[in-house]
Write a protein that binds this ligand. Structure first.
Ligand code: HEM
Length: 365
């Protein structure tokens, strides 16, 4: 039985990596150096947090590096079917690497939870209500800690939820921003159209956007969608089939892992003619009517889709509108120069650089 599953998985994963367009690229490409725009977007300065168990310090940067290492381990495990056998995987160098970085990841999350727990205890002792105007609003972590007090979730459960939020929330959004800035820098006319829209909303003001401003950024929203089409932060999704499924006449047996290649789905020329071209108007309401909703899935679909998608879009609008009001983005890397590598989040094997030219210099020249 195990052999059968391995063969099926091997065939699917192997075929996927050998014949799939992006897979071919991924297959060729060596491992990832990563200090490009990514680093700058994620953290402005190293922020240190205390490790509650070992009493040493873990930086956000080292947390990010550990996340990247885990990503590499997961991908290696995915493409080597024999690694699906726990025993064999456990003996491998990749598993040793995984075991080495896991404590850092767990301690980082534990520290966030512990600090919140301590703060809540302090507030309870001093009678401070969290929802007071001067206090931070109740967060998802508070809800989880409330549930813990009721006994409906334990410490490990909370940690898993926080891990998911940290992982799904930061890297995906930073990646989306990175690719979007690179592409907008390469599309001067589109950049000008975004700036016109921003001028209509803000005039010459550099104020922060309100929720209403964000909802007026219709063209920018189309650009975000088009950017996520070409550069989906999560380039593939995996599902484990508990039941047999028939797709287009092919039977996929139960107990199989299936990978859906979002990167290629988004480049189907029948749905997106000239798929490599950056055309935000593809997402105007009149052009999306009648399109299969599963032909565009940067936030996945179904019951496990991204719960942060609206928040992520608002974040990207806020950041892009702030950046583009101050700077003109100019290209250094061209879209055709991108070389993607296999990872859980879309990455390249080289830095993605963009030139930021202050707009006041443009007008004074
Ligand atoms: C551009 C930014 C983002 C992209 C492209 C993205 C994409 C995704 C995708 C594709 C999934 C589903 C993974 C799967 O089906 O296996 C997912 C799940 C998830 N995302 Fe996002 N995400 C983004 C931002 C965020 C943000 C900002 C948050 C939190 C504030 C977030 C929270 C989550 C959570 C909690 C899940 C797991 C949902 C579940 O398993 O039920 N995401 N995201």
């Amino acid at each position: 039985m195990i052999l059968q599953i391995l063969l099926i998985v091997n065939t699917i994963v192997g075929a996927y990596f050998r014949y799939n367009r992006a897979g071919r690229l991924m297959h060729k490409i060596p491992g990832p150096p990563r200090v490009p725009l990514f680093g700058h977007i994620k953290v402005q300065k190293p922020h240190w947090v205390q490790n509650p168990t070992k009493y040493h310090l873990i930086s956000i940067n080292s947390y990010i590096q550990s996340i990247h290492k885990i990503g590499e381990c997961v991908v290696k495990r995915l493409i080597k079917p024999w690694f699906l056998v726990d025993f064999i995987y456990g003996l491998s160098f990749t598993a040793r690497q995984e075991r080495a970085v896991l404590p850092d990841l767990h301690n980082f999350t534990k520290n966030i939870i512990e600090r919140r727990r301590r703060k809540r205890n302090r507030n309870t002792a001093t009678g401070i209500q969290e929802n007071n105007v001067n206090e931070v609003k109740a967060t998802m972590l508070d809800i989880l800690l409330d549930e813990e007090a009721k006994g409906t979730i334990n410490d490990k459960g909370i940690r898993e939820e926080v891990d998911t939020f940290l992982f799904e929330g930061h890297d995906t959004t930073a990646t989306a921003l990175t690719f979007m800035m690179m592409r907008i820098a390469n599309e001067p006319d589109i950049q000008d159209s975004i700036c016109e829209e921003l001028q209509d909303i803000f005039g010459d003001s550099q104020r922060s956007p309100t929720i209403e401003d964000l909802s007026k950024m219709k063209y920018l929203e189309c650009c975000i969608k088009e950017s996520l089409r070409l550069y989906p932060s999560v380039p593939f999704l995996s599902r484990y089939l508990r039941k047999e499924v028939v797709i287009a006449g092919y039977t996929i047996p139960k107990n199989t892992y299936v990978d859906l290649h979002v990167f290629d789905i988004h480049r189907d020329p029948e749905v997106y003619p000239e798929p490599e071209k950056f055309r935000p108007e593809r997402f105007l309401p009149q052009n999306t009517a009648g399109r299969n909703p599963y032909s565009y899935i940067p936030f996945s679909a179904g019951p496990r889709n991204c719960i942060g998608q609206k928040f992520a879009t608002m974040m990207i609008k806020t950041l892009m509108s702030g950046i583009l009001r101050k700077y003109r983005l100019e290209p250094i890397i061209r879209p055709e120069d991108l070389v993607f590598i296999a990872d859980l989040v879309l990455r390249t094997n080289h830095p993605i650089d963009v030139r930021f030219r202050p707009r006041e210099h443009l007008t004074s020249n």
